[in-house]
Design a protein around this ligand. Sequence first.
Ligand code: ZN
Length: 326
Amino acid sequence: MSFSHIYGHEQKIKILKSTLAQKRMAHAYLFSGMEAIGKRTLAIELVKAINCDRADDLHDACDECASCRKIAKGSHPDVYPVHAEGQYIRIDAVRQMQERTRCKPLEAKKRAFIIDDADRMNEASANALLKMLEEPSAVNILILVTARPASLPQTILSRCQQMRFNPLSAETVARFLRTKMNLDEQRAGLLAALSGGSIGNALELNNEDIIAYRTELLDLLSRTDRNNPFSLIDLASFLGSKKKEIGHGLHMMNSFFRDMLIVKEVGGNKMLINRDYDALIAACAERLSGEQILHNIEQIEKAGAIIEQNVNKSLTLEAMAFKLNY
Ligand SMILES: [Zn+2]
């Protein structure tokens, strides 16, 4: 694998390649963005590219030299993954990093530490890491990876070159599912639309009986009636009480209303995510105006954002159910 095998993040890769070409790598990076979108994979590719025997020509990993192969296998003596043990990244792990920086790298041009879930440092570990960041060295590079950059102390953030990764586009996730997982176009499209832009989410959904869940949800949705408050509460409680399930359910509802808009504005069923429900979608599109459908999409997105902030979930879902047009 090299940069060219990474799904999405084209802009970030372009920046990193030009930094490599100009030999202006920062001594510490912070890769942030939602879980499972390829931040860590990109960190490893960057370390490969920095240390590749052919890096000067390629500004990318060749995947063939000894350095590239060792890093890919996880057996390079100068590349250290750092993880949380239990709840925290322990102070011992950071001290060990400090210890290692005292001598020259054994083989690498730059010794690399890739710190996963970097936000999971307690105060002692964070202070020790800060010391390392305050004494940068040309032969070491630190890459902090996190989905929660706001949980890191400002003193650490300000000493890292920050790169914020966006969720992947649905098309990128679908392409991954088609080419790497051999899924058919329909399933790949559905999972991608529900993944929120995360390959990890899509793979997780692929293991669940997502089709049965969708059947149940769409069935319930088609029976929901604004004049029957019980049906609204049924819908809200079906969407579940766990944050993750709610996310899946809301993405699914969103894809349903998005399909309705497409039927209304473009016609045909080619571009539909839920193509197998085209008759139901067309019937609903007939009943609702474009404005009402847009209102629904907005309300669903709003509810999703509120739930992300850990506000009362069932209350939020019920409020949303009462505001939608059916
Ligand atoms: Zn190489």
